[in-house]
Ligand binder design. Sequence first.
Ligand SMILES: [Cu+2]
Length: 154
Amino acid sequence: MNWKKGFIVLFLLLFTMGLTACTGENGDQTAKDGIQIEFNHPNQVSSGKMTEYSVKITKDNQPIENAEVVVSLEMVQMDHGKNGFLGKMTEPGVYKGEAALPMNGEWYAYVRVKAGEVETTKSFTFEADGHMLNTDELEKIGLDKSGAKIDPNF
Ligand SMILES: [Cu+2]
């Protein structure tokens, strides 16, 4: 490998690392066209418990109303299928929904927002405590064997 190739490989490596680091942020994120997305979860999230999440969407500090907000919850380490919710606007710019997680560990929340012509997705990470639910526990909370929502509305 000559130094040029080595340089390119190093550059790509740093670039990829940078991208991965960006996906792990919590709190506020500015998305396309100045749309600000805020994802909120309770201080303690536990597997097997119906938990309420809320998303706040603003632009220039003004709430964005009547957007389509879909939150997909995915585990960082493995695939549990489709989980999350379709956000319901409870006050201007604030969208809420409930979901139960099948397992403790690190989770991604992918927040997809469609406001008028603009469609954008931001990801956040959060931690859930608890344990890995067994089949009975999963069923009781509306999840299938893999941990996916049995009847997703999004
Ligand atoms: Cu898992």
